[in-house]
Write a protein that binds this ligand. Structure first.
Ligand code: BGC
Ligand code: MG
Length: 591
């Protein structure tokens, strides 16, 4: 399985399935207000693929500005933009050559300002991608470091191994470390006569956080965007910020025989070093400073794929807080299209039972690095997984297009642009390529799914299924559609019980998973789903105490024979293959 950044074999046994209901561990008293980053769905936009406004086949800020009403109507509360900064686009924007400028392919700083103001006026918070571990090799900082200019000498990780006359450059590489995108993580520089470290492509040299100049510079980046009134950040590739001093070799993992593949090695020396947790706390202090100044909550969410004992400490402690949350990637790393009820239950508890008291959970269903939900978790289960991730306690993160059930698109080798796939070559590229989940957003049935003008070749091919009803306009017109289910789920997130209720999960049968959300004085919500391929009829009252005789269907998968508005008896709930239902004990009050 391809999971960006994951290196350890997750210890599934770490999460014993607890019988006691899990209360939402909220930091505040019951009657205190929750912050936007707690109640919102956070919607990830991959700007290249959302909406093209100028007919160059690449999405841009003007396209996003024109579609902000769509997001408001969808009901999401915050937008996270993947990088829009100046970039040579070797890694499609994750290689930044200027952190203070917008890349012309996306627009101008004026466009950004307009985007932010309009988003705010529609009640949408704005989160930026904060790319901290590496820069583009085209950035001024790296050019200066290459020339050993005063002050910049140690901004990147420069080293040589032992002298070796027979080695290509007269030196061994400093260590056996591997790039996440295959091959050695060290690249020779003729100019400096040293190697530099690159955890990703050779055009993304790693910053050296042991240099104070780098630490100050990256704090300035944070302040620059906070001064521009952004509300938070998704911090990219946090795990790769620091590496062990002296560059000790890493040990083989035993997971693969492919010596070029990143998971050939364990990554004790190069990932999630103790200093990283400390830097996150310093960034949190900056966010808190801005929050205190303008009274508006700021949030930081971290990209870290790993075991709970590595991920959870990123929350920090009450005395020294870290991130609002590290991303919970367990629905990505722990589940696949065959997962059954106990697999889902285990993934839920892997987060809930390991999250330290007083913190806020979150659920990431997909992103621009992972196959789409329908493709990864099963086409018939798209609505069900939206139900689960949006109605568990905490923040839900949606990758654009999951609300309409977009699927992976086949991308030929000729059309491939993902650098990871290009590194792998024509024979291996399909095992790692991320192009299939990054194809253009599907707006309607016109040419190119309405993403760009007719006759223009989009930067990645459009999925043909936009003509089979997978697009916003058709789904809004249809009686039953993924987007209509999604909007009902967003509505339900406004209920007090969804925001503050206790969680109780259950494995009803091998394939049927269910959970309740309960809160004194509020109607209970039950989410139940059949993960299997056969129809099942289950008795929910045998598992959950105190359910009334009748439950109202608030939302149902599009293929369900029971649809919203219907009532069902908890003693006998019929679920077709892949179907999920959101059931409510009686009318619910708004939070
Ligand atoms: C981003 C990827 C990117 C990688 C290297 C990750 O954290 O999510 O899309 O390829 O960083 O730049
Ligand atoms: Mg464009």
């Amino acid at each position: 399985m391809r999971v960006l950044g994951i290196t350890a074999v997750l210890c599934l046994l770490a999460a014993a399935v607890s019988a006691d209901p899990v209360r939402v561990r909220q930091p505040k008293a019951d009657d205190e207000e929750l912050a936007w980053w707690q109640t919102s769905v956070i919607y990830q936009i991959y700007p290249r693929s959302f909406k093209d406004s100028n007919g160059d086949g690449v999405g841009d800020l003007r396209g996003i500005i024109n579609q902000l009403e769509y997001l408001q109507q969808l009901g999401v509360g915050a937008v996270w933009l993947s990088p829009i900064y100046q970039s040579p686009m070797v890694d499609l924007g994750y290689d930044i050559s200027n952190y203070f400028e917008i890349d012309p392919v996306f627009g101008t700083m004026d466009d950004f300002n307009e985007f932010r103001d309009k988003a705010h006026s529609l009640g949408l918070q704005v989160m930026m991608d904060y790319v901290v571990s590496y820069t583009s090799d085209q950035i001024e900082w790296f050019q200066k470091s290459l020339r050993r200019e005063d002050g910049y000498d140690e901004w990147y990780v420069w080293a040589v191994g032992e002298r070796n006359e027979s080695a290509p450059h007269g030196y061994n590489v400093p260590s056996n470390w591997l790039s996440l995108f295959r091959g050695s993580a060290w690249e020779w520089s003729e100019e400096r006569q040293q190697f530099y470290l690159h955890s990703f492509t050779v055009n993304q040299p790693d910053l050296n956080y042991r240099d104070d100049g780098v630490v100050l510079q990256m704090k300035d980046v944070l302040r620059f965007w906070l001064d521009k009134k952004v509300d938070g950040f998704r911090v990219d590739a946090v795990s790769q910020m620091y590496e062990a001093e002296g560059f000790p070799d890493e040990l083989p993992s035993g997971l693969t025989n492919d010596t070029e593949a990143n998971n050939y090695l364990q990554h004790v020396q190069t990932q999630n070093r103790p200093e990283t947790y400390e830097m996150i706390k310093q960034w949190r202090a900056i966010l808190d400073e801005y929050q205190a100044a303008d009274g508006k909550a700021k949030a930081m969410m971290l990209e870290v794929y790993d075991d709970p004992e590595i991920v959870m400490p990123y929350y920090g402690t009450p005395e020294e807080p870290g991130a609002q949350f590290p991303f919970n990637f367990y629905f990505i790393s722990q589940l696949n299209a065959q997962s059954n009820a106990s697999d889902v239950n285990r993934a839920v508890h892997l987060w809930m039972d390991n999250m330290p008291e007083g913190n806020w959970p979150n659920w990431v269903l997909g992103n621009h690095d992972q196959p789409r939900v329908g493709t990864r978790l099963g086409v018939a289960r798209k609505d069900l997984f939206n139900m689960i991730s949006l109605l568990l306690p905490g923040t839900a993160i949606t990758f654009m297009g999951e609300e309409i059930g977009m699927e992976n698109t086949h991308v030929s080798w000729e059309d491939t642009v993902d650098p990871w796939a290009l590194n792998a070559g024509p024979d291996l590229y399909e095992s790692v390529t991320r192009d299939p989940e990054r194809t253009p957003f599907q707006w309607n049935t016109s040419a190119n799914a309405g993403f760009t003008d007719e006759g223009v070749k989009p930067w990645l091919p459009v999925n043909e299924n936009y003509l089979q009803g997978i697009n916003v306009e058709s789904e809004l017109e249809a009686d039953l559609s993924h987007i209509k289910v999604y909007r009902k789920l967003v509505d339900a997130r406004g209920w007090r019980v969804a925001q503050r209720g206790a969680l109780d999960t259950a494995i009803i049968s091998e394939w049927v998973f269910a959970f309740t959300r309960t809160l004194d004085g509020e109607p209970t919500v039950v989410v139940v789903g059949n993960l299997g391929t056969d129809v099942e009829t289950v008795d929910l009252s045998a598992t959950f105490d105190g359910l009334p005789d009748q439950l109202t269907v608030h939302a149902a998968s599009i293929s369900s024979s029971t649809q919203s508005g219907a009532t069902v008896s908890p003693q006998s709930v019929t679920l077709e293959a892949g179907v999920g239902l959101v059931l409510v004990a009686n009318s619910t009050s708004a939070a």
